[in-house]
Design a protein around this ligand. Sequence first.
Ligand SMILES: [Zn+2]
Ligand SMILES: [Zn+2]
Length: 320
Amino acid sequence: MNEVHKLEIPTPFGVGRVNCYVFTADGLTLLDPGPATEAAYETLAAELDDRGFAVADVDRVLITHPHMDHFGLADRVVEESGARTVAHREATRHLADPIGHFDREQAFFRPFLTAMGVPEQVARTAVTLPEAYTNYQAPLTVDRELADGDTVDVGIELTAVHTPGHAPGSVCFVPSAEPVAFTGDHVLQHISPNPLLTIVPGTDDERTRSLPAYLDSLEKIQTVEAEIGHAGHGETIPDLNARAEEILEHHHRRKEHIADLIDETGAMTAYDVMQELFPDLPATEVFPGMSEVIGHLDLLEDENRVSISEADGIERYALR
Ligand SMILES: [Zn+2]
Ligand SMILES: [Zn+2]
C-alpha cells in the first residue's frame, strides 16, 4: 500500500514508540496520532512536514482503542485541523471523559483487588499510580461511532473489526483491497498484549472479563483475510494468523500452569497466584499482573474447573 505512511511517535511509556499510520488516498487521515506530549506533537508535525503535509491538513482521525499512548494527542489535532474523529462506540465514553473513567476504575478496583487477596497498601498504590499519566491525554469527542463491520472511507475502504480484550472498543481496521490489517494493540509482534481489566463500558460497577474476550477476538482476527499486521507498536507482523496462534498457545500454556499451581497448593487467592507466577513485581506492574492472573482464573471458571469460596471478604480459588 504505497499511500500509507508509518510514523513512529515517541511516548513517555515503557512500551516505547507508538505507530501512527497516515492514509493519503483521499485527503489526510491519521490512525492513532499518539499521546498528548510536546515531543509527540513535534514529531508528528515534523514527520507530516517531511511528506508535504501539515497537522492543519488532517481530515479524519481514527482511534483503534481508548489508551492514551494512541489517542491522547487527537484532540489537539482536531483543534488545529477541524478533523472528524472515528472510534468504536464502546470507546466513546472513555474517550470523552478519560479522568472520569480513571476515577470510576479507582473506585471499583481498589476494593476489588483487596477481595482478590492484594494487601490494602499494595492495592491502593496499584490503582493510584496511573494518576501520574493522566496528563498525557485530552478528552476527545467522537464524531462517528463505529459498530462491528462498519466501513470507513479514507480513500480506501476500511472495515472495522471489533476486537475487545486488550481494551473495550478495540478495533482492527481491515482494507478491502489488501490482505493486511491495522491491529492497534490487539496483536503485536514482540509483546503479548495485556488483557487489562477495566470497567464494562456503560457501567460503573462491573469489571470486564478481558482475557476470555481477548482470546475470542484473537480467533476472530484469524477469520479475516489479512496476512500482514500493521501493529500499534514495533515492527510489522509478517504472519498475522501465526502470531495470533502463538499468543493463543501462550495463554493456553499459562492457564494450564496456573491450574497445576492451584492443584499443588490448594485454595489460592489471585494475588497468591500472581506472586508465584511473577515474584517481586514492581508496583507499576501489579495491576497488569493481576489482570493477567484473574483472566486465566476467569477462563478456568468458564470451563467449570475452579470453585470460588469467600471468607472474611477474600476470595479463594480451588480446583473442582
Ligand atoms: Zn493499548
Ligand atoms: Zn499501546
